[in-house]
Design a protein around this ligand. Sequence first.
Ligand code: AN0
Ligand code: CP
Length: 322
Amino acid sequence: MKTYTNVFDLGDLKQALAEAFEIKRERYKYEALGRHRTCLLIFFNNSLRTRLSTQKAARNLGMDVIVLDVNQGAWKLETERGVVMDGDKSEHLLEAIPVMASYCDLIGVRSFARFESREDDYTEKILNQFIQYSGKPVFSMEAATGHPLQAFADLITIEEYKRTQRPKVVLTWAPHPKALPQAVPNSFADFMNEAEVDFVITHPEGYELDPKFVRGARVEYDQRKAFEGADFIYAKNWACPGVTRPEDYGKVLCRDRSWTVDSEHMSWTNNACFMHCLPVRRNMIVTDDVIEAPTSLVIPEAANREISATVVLKRMLQALQD
Ligand code: AN0
Ligand code: CP
């Protein structure tokens, strides 16, 4: 695996899940693979889970890890070509990328949607520059339009907790005070569309996700109807994806707290498990009682981030050997 940005990079999902459960049983099985290899994790944005679980994964594989918070301690980076750099940015990404790449074997990048231009975000302008100019395998740690390490961990979690062969999985929008990216719902849809599940997406009108990720999934605007018979409820806020009205891209269009997942919402389901990628704002996205219930999977889901990252980094190290 040379890049990891979406579900298709994983190939056969059954095989990927088998590798995940192997790692879960024997976390250090591939410790020799990363000897004298260095993994660089570059953060343009905050992180708790990704920062810790990806470092742990790299160490499981015997690698050294370097973490760089670009906005704390490094030079401010210009990302646009052709700009006269007379402002506050001291260095250009086009020099910084090959320099950073010269110190490592694998590169993880976290660079959220900037909401300045839908086109820049949806063409993954920053992540693709790392892929193009680093000459090293690059994996997404949440880029502008996807968070595939999260979605792979979500798939592992669903596989572990499902009670039927083909569970009903519902992705529901929920309210949030700030504009959040679509990366998590996009990747979740990307994965669920390829998984053995009945997948339904529910959100207020205007929040339609990009067709590239929705593909054939059922979209149900009535949240109650969507929840009926669900085995898994996956909540997430996202700002307007600008699919129907490009001028609304990145805006908060709805603050309706009737979308907050509470115990009444959960009573519509088939005693569903509750999932969220975290960080979560309690009593905006989900009520205290639902996230604290025995059916809440948020902690094992976060723990599976170590597993998904270990599988992905293991495959990237194996590709370096070929
Ligand atoms: C980010 C998001 O919604 O994409 C990261 C989630 C993993 N969330 C926040 O910025 C609160
Ligand atoms: N879920 C997730 O990626 O969390 P962090 O933003 O804390 O890394």
